[in-house]
Design a protein around this ligand. Structure first.
Ligand code: ZN
Length: 513
């Protein structure tokens, strides 16, 4: 830049861009501390420390919000958006400017009082959820959910006024998505899944999963799942694995990605497939452009894309015959007693049992989507005002009975099972099934472009697939929304047909159909 532009009080656009990025990075540093507190809350926080943690979370949320909505920052962003870099800069620069400006506008429309109240209420509501679920008492949680949904509706009307309130909330997780488009996609998927589930259940040849329900000692499981996660590419020098009730993946820095799992010594997939899932999220986080950490090119495109990465490793890789060709000998040396009389084919087949059940996180790959679509419809009705929180439990039980042919025996097995609503995660559920849809389409394209893929997987080589995902998904960060991202990666418009084909071909044969 020249001194004359500086003396005129105008900055070179590049200098202005660097300043704006520094500010956004600083907000990301604070937000990462928020994530660290959230991770700690789910893993190691003493039971009675929750009250003060709510204060800490609210204080940090206020700080992060203040940082992100600082008028001086907004003014610099507006100048940048009017300048040449916004229109003719390199794509990652123009994309960063557009997305930071959109983020700023959305944040600036939220009153600080609402941000603080949401943060505090959600920490308290999550604590109420934990004891309500332990006591299986809907009445304990209901007043909290009333508070949370009232705040979320207020958030929706503030942050994207004029938009449908559910779309306004979904925008936090799946930018660009609308509930009508998602509902259409789900409607087609649902019809196929209902048919497939009915056929599997009626076949009378459900794969026997007894081999997965033997004794799998926790210490051996810990060593085994770490080996599998490292083998698919999760970098333990830039991440770690801990224990929680409700597994998740959280990032606190460019080299700090934490995944968690729970353990069941009588059911191997709880930890193994849980870790494949969370490590899939972790691979995405670890594969985002590191130099752009805290800025849009270094951020995930959406939760649907995030979930496509976890589901791809959990289900499309982790339940495949090729994967078990490699994994079985590793598993047998970890669990010599449990797997003494088993082989790769019997374990793989055991993983393909379809069986309607009450709990989403324990659901098989096929019925899982029915759990998600039900929550999508219920939470939308709550936000759009056609269902009152007071009627949620009954609505849940009725809908569950319609979809699954059975009624939850308790609130803990029904409306109280998920943490999401008490955590303020409303508009989040549909991203799970969107992830399944994207994952099936992505691996279909990867298989076409990498003809030896299954052979590589069978040999325990996962880098070909991971490199493909790095190049076509991870490298774009948040610069593309999920639909254009999947379209560009696969050369096809987003459709549920790849998921339907994949489920049908794999599960029909496993059930002798
Ligand atoms: Zn996930």
């Amino acid at each position: 830049m020249t001194t004359s532009t500086r003396s005129a009080g105008r900055q070179a656009p590049e200098e202005l861009f660097a300043e704006v990025c520094d500010r956004a990075r600083h907000a990301a540093v604070l937000a990462s501390v928020e994530s660290l507190l959230g991770w700690d809350e789910q893993t190691y926080l003493p039971e009675r420390a929750g009250g003060y943690r709510a204060e800490q979370a609210a204080a940090l949320a206020t700080l992060v919000h203040r940082e992100r909505t600082d008028p001086a920052y907004g003014e610099r962003l507006a100048r940048l958006a009017d300048g040449p870099l916004a229109t003719s800069g390199p794509p990652e620069v123009s994309g960063t400017i557009a997305l930071l400006q959109r983020d700023f506008a959305k944040q600036a429309r939220l009153p600080p009082r609402l941000v603080e109240e949401l943060a505090r209420t959600c920490v308290e509501a999550q604590q109420a959820w934990r004891s309500a679920r332990a006591a299986s008492s809907w009445n304990q949680l209901q007043p909290w959910l009333e508070r949370v949904f009232a705040l979320k509706r207020e958030q929706a009307s503030c942050q994207l006024p004029g938009r449908d309130p559910y779309d306004a909330l979904m925008d936090d997780y799946e930018p660009g998505a609308t509930w009508q488009a998602v509902a259409l996609l789900f409607e087609r998927l649902r019809a196929e899944i209902v048919r497939l589930v009915a056929a599997c259940v009626a076949s009378g040849r459900r794969p026997d999963d007894a081999v997965l329900r033997r004794d799998y000692p926790r210490a051996a499981q810990e060593r085994f799942v770490r080996e599998v996660a490292a083998r698919i590419g999760f970098d333990f020098q830039r991440g770690r694995l801990d224990t929680t009730a409700h597994p998740f993946c959280s990032t606190m820095g460019p080299d700090d990605c934490r995944i968690t799992t729970r353990w069941d010594e009588r059911f191997l997939p709880t930890a193994l497939h849980g870790v494949l899932h969370e490590a899939g999220h972790g691979l995405y986080e670890q594969g985002l452009p590191r130099d752009w950490f805290g800025l849009p090119p270094g951020q995930a495109a959406s939760l649907g894309i995030h979930e496509s990465q976890s589901r791809l490793w959990e289900n499309l890789v982790g339940r495949s015959p090729a994967f078990w060709e490699w994994c079985f000998p590793v598993a047998r040396s970890a669990f010599p007693a449990a797997l003494a009389d088993a082989d790769a084919a019997s374990v793989q087949r055991a993983l393909m049992a379809v069986s309607p059940s009450f709990i989403r996180v324990e659901a098989d790959e096929v019925t899982y989507n029915l759990h998600v679509m039900m929550r999508f419809d219920l939470e939308r009705a709550l936000v759009q005002g056609t269902l009152a929180v007071a009627d949620l439990r009954d609505a849940w039980n009725e809908r569950f009975e319609r979809d699954f042919g059975m009624r939850p025996p308790s609130d803990a097995d029904g409306v109280l099972q998920d943490i999401h609503w008490s955590a303020g995660l409303v508009g989040y559920f549909p991203t799970y099934s969107l992830g399944n849809i994207f994952a099936a389409q992505l691996i279909h394209a990867a298989r076409e472009r990498l003809p030896g893929l299954d052979g590589e997987i069978a040999a325990g080589r996962f880098d070909g697939l991971l490199d493909w995902l790095r190049m076509h998904v991870h490298a774009h960060g948040r610069l593309l929304e999920s639909e254009p991202l999947v379209e560009r990666a696969t050369g096809m418009p987003v459709s549920e047909r790849w998921l339907v084909d994949s489920l049908r071909s794999r599960y029909a044969s496993a059930h002798g159909l």
